[in-house]
Design a protein around this ligand. Structure first.
Ligand code: 5GP
Length: 124
């Protein structure tokens, strides 16, 4: 599937939609989720055009992959959750309910997060 350059994160990267940036370097942008689910809820994205984890792992350069994950850890430290703990999530594809087709890692923290996955329901 071809990357859709009309996705919302592509628009954020082009500066067409405002965002609350918490970190940026030549390969990575990180900004607060517009509907935060935890006190710390940051989205970390590569600047390159990758639609999913699958695409990023297959086609991203080693430098891009390293940059995203180093940024994740750095952001967690900067937001004071490296010691208390945090959770990473990268929804990939339909079963995971990926809404935005530009690879992103959610960083959740700032409170007790509970167990990882609740039981599936038919309507989810
Ligand atoms: P997904 O289900 O694809 O993993 O999550 C997409 C996330 O993007 C959601 O948590 C949603 O709140 C967030 N989001 C959607 N549109 C915007 C936006 O325009 N700005 C920001 N900062 N976050 C967004």
């Amino acid at each position: 599937m071809a990357y859709d350059s009309n996705n919302i994160f592509a628009k954020i990267l082009r500066g067409e939609i405002p965002n609350d940036t918490v970190y940026e370097d030549e390969r990575v942008l990180a900004f607060r989720d517009i509907q935060p689910q935890t006190p710390v809820h940051v989205l970390v994205i590569p600047k390159g055009e990758y639609e999913s984890m699958d695409d990023f792992a297959e086609n991203g350069s080693d430098a891009e992959i390293a940059a995203v994950f180093r940024a994740v850890a750095s952001i967690a430290r900067d937001h004071g959750v490296a010691d208390s703990g945090y959770r990473l999530l990268a929804n990939t594809g339909a079963d995971a309910h990926q809404e935005v087709a530009h690879f992103h890692v959610h960083v959740f923290g700032g409170r007790r997060l509970g167990r990882m996955i609740r039981p599936a329901r038919d309507d989810d």
